[in-house]
Design a protein around this ligand. Structure first.
Ligand SMILES: CC(C)(COP(=O)(O)OP(=O)(O)OC[C@H]1O[C@@H](n2cnc3c(N)ncnc32)[C@H](O)[C@@H]1O)[C@@H](O)C(=O)NCCC(=O)NCCS
Ligand SMILES: Nc1ncnc2c1ncn2[C@@H]1O[C@H](COP(=O)(O)OP(=O)(O)OP(=O)(O)O)[C@@H](O)[C@H]1O
Length: 228
C-alpha cells in the first residue's frame, strides 16, 4: 500500500510519518528529494537566479545552493517559486516514480496519465509519500490512501519557531506560498483528515493514533496500540 501524507508546513507530516515508520513503513520524503534536486540542478538554478551567484565572481561556480537565501527569495515571489518548481519538479517526480518502481511497484499509464494501481509483490512493505505538494506534483493518483494533516495556524507558527528559529514574517510568507494547498478534493473516498492539534508530543501521539484506528485500511496496523 502507498500512503500519501500531505498538509501545510508544520502541520505534522513528519510527525505522522514517523508513526508509520515505527510500524515498519518506508518513507519517501519529498522535502529531502527537493534538496537532492537542488544539488543536481545547481548550475541551472544559479543561471535562473543570478541573485544567488557568489559575489566573488562567476568563476567561483557554487557547488551548493544557499537554501535559506533561495527560500527567502521564492516564498516572497510567486513567479520565482514557479520558475524554481519548473526546474525541480520534473526531476523530483521522476525520482519518486523510479524509487517506487525499484521496489516492485508497477505504474500503469492510461491515456498519457500515470494513474493509480501500484502493484506490490506480496510481502512488500508499505510506503509513505510525505509531501506538502503531493497534489501539485501529480502524485496523488498513485496513493491508495491520503492523509491530510491539519493544525491551527498559531500552533504551526509556534512549532516552526521552535524547530528552525524562523521569523514570524518568514513563516507567514512560506504559509502564503502554500495558500493553494488544500484537502485534496479528488479521490475523496481515499482522503482522510487528521487533526494534529496537541501541543505535547505524548498527547499528540495518542490522539493521532486514535484517529488512524478509525480508518478501516489502517486499523490492523494500529490495533495493538503501540506508539512511536
Ligand atoms: C525553497 C527551498 C530552497 C527552501 O529550502 P529550505 O531548506 O529553507 O526549506 P525546506 O526545504 O525545509 O522547506 C520548508 C517548507 O517549505 C515547504 N516548501 C518547499 N518548497 C515548496 C513549494 N514548492 N511549495 C510549497 N511549499 C514548499 C516545505 O514543504 C516545507 O514545509 C526548498 O524548499 C526548495 O527547493 N523547494 C522547491 C522544491 C519543492 O517543491 N520541495 C517541496 C517538496 S514537499
Ligand atoms: N502533535 C505534536 N506534538 C508535539 N510536537 C509536534 C506535534 N506535531 C508536530 N510536532 C513538532 O512540530 C514541528 C513541525 O512538525 P513536522 O516537522 O512534523 O511538520 P511538517 O508538516 O512535516 O512540516 P514541514 O512541511 O515544514 O517540514 C516538529 O518539530 C515536530 O516535532
Amino acid at each position: 500500500m502507498l500512503i500519501g501524507i500531505t498538509g501545510k508546513s508544520c502541520s505534522g507530516k513528519d510527525f505522522l510519518s514517523a508513526i508509520f515508520q515505527n510500524q515498519g513503513c518506508r518513507e519517501i520524503n519529498l522535502d529531502a528529494i527537493g534538496h537532492m534536486a537542488l544539488e543536481h540542478n545547481c548550475w541551472e538554478i544559479v543561471q535562473a537566479f543570478p541573485e544567488l551567484a557568489d559575489r566573488s565572481g562567476p568563476k567561483n561556480v557554487q557547488k551548493t545552493i544557499d537554501r535559506k537565501k533561495l527560500g527567502d527569495l521564492v516564498f516572497r515571489n510567486p513567479a520565482a517559486l514557479h520558475k524554481l518548481e519548473g526546474i525541480l519538479h520534473p526531476w523530483m517526480r521522476r525520482l519518486v516514480l523510479q524509487e517506487l518502481e525499484s521496489h516492485g511497484g508497477t505504474i500503469h499509464i492510461v491515456s498519457g496519465e500515470r494513474t493509480k494501481h501500484m502493484d506490490y509483490h506480496p510481502g512488500h512493505r508499505n510506503f509513505i509519500l510525505n509531501a506538502a505538494i503531493l497534489e501539485k506534483l501529480g502524485l496523488l493518483p498513485l496513493c491508495d490512501l491520503v492523509l491530510w494533516v491539519e493544525s491551527p495556524l498559531w500552533l504551526r507558527v509556534w512549532r516552526a519557531r521552535q524547530r528552525e528559529q524562523i521569523s514570524l514574517l518568514g513563516f507567514l510568507r512560506r504559509n502564503r506560498a502554500q495558500r493553494g494547498l488544500k484537502v485534496p478534493s479528488q479521490f475523496q473516498a481515499t482522503v482522510f483528515r487528521i487533526k494534529n492539534a496537541k501541543m505535547r508530543r505524548e498527547d499528540g501521539l495518542v490522539n493521532v493514533i486514535q484517529q488512524l484506528r478509525q480508518i478501516p485500511r489502517l486499523r490492523c496496523m494500529f490495533e495493538s496500540g503501540q506508539s512511536s
